[in-house]
Design a protein. Structure first.
Length: 159
């Protein structure tokens, strides 16, 4: 295993045009469609970081802030916030863009926990995160607090 990977190494960006098949009767992107894009881009980011397979374990703090409509461009971006023993937290954001007036806005944010999986389908060690700046350190500390709280809830039977 390497000494660590910086978040910039695994950063993943996907651009998606919102078509009618992605939208409901009001012309707004289905939440489930957007969630699928989030999971895919987050998963690719996680796999880039671990250098192998990673599967979705949980989704936290999924917030729809503003809708996407047919014709909008969705820019989905994922970055690793923290790496733990066999899991990692990946933050995924979606920004909408309108081509006719060059406007851009945040649509969705979420935090995913992915687990690294070996060839036998078992959890395996995750490459450590190598922070590059103060923002990376802040994100890693906050992710560690969220993980500790999640594990405490699980131990107490609240989840």
């Amino acid at each position: 295993m390497s000494a660590g990977k910086a978040p910039s190494v695994s950063r993943t960006v996907q651009t998606q045009l919102v078509f009618p098949e992605h939208a409901n009767a009001l012309g707004k992107a289905f939440g489930g469609q957007v969630m699928s894009w989030l999971d895919m881009v987050g998963g690719i980011c996680a796999m880039r970081h671990v250098g192998g397979l990673a599967v979705t374990a949980s989704v936290d703090d999924l917030v729809f802030e503003r809708p996407l409509v047919i014709g909008d461009v969705a820019v989905i971006e994922a970055r690793v916030n923290a790496a733990f023993r066999t899991s990692l937290e990946v933050e995924v954001t979606v920004h909408g863009e309108r081509m006719d007036n060059a406007s851009r806005w945040r649509c969705v944010t979420a935090r995913f926990t992915f687990v690294a999986i070996d060839g036998a389908g078992q959890p395996c060690a995750v490459t450590p995160l190598q922070t590059e700046c103060d923002d990376d350190v802040r994100r890693e500390r906050a992710a560690t607090v969220r993980r500790d709280e999640r594990l405490a809830r699980r131990r107490s039977g609240a989840e």
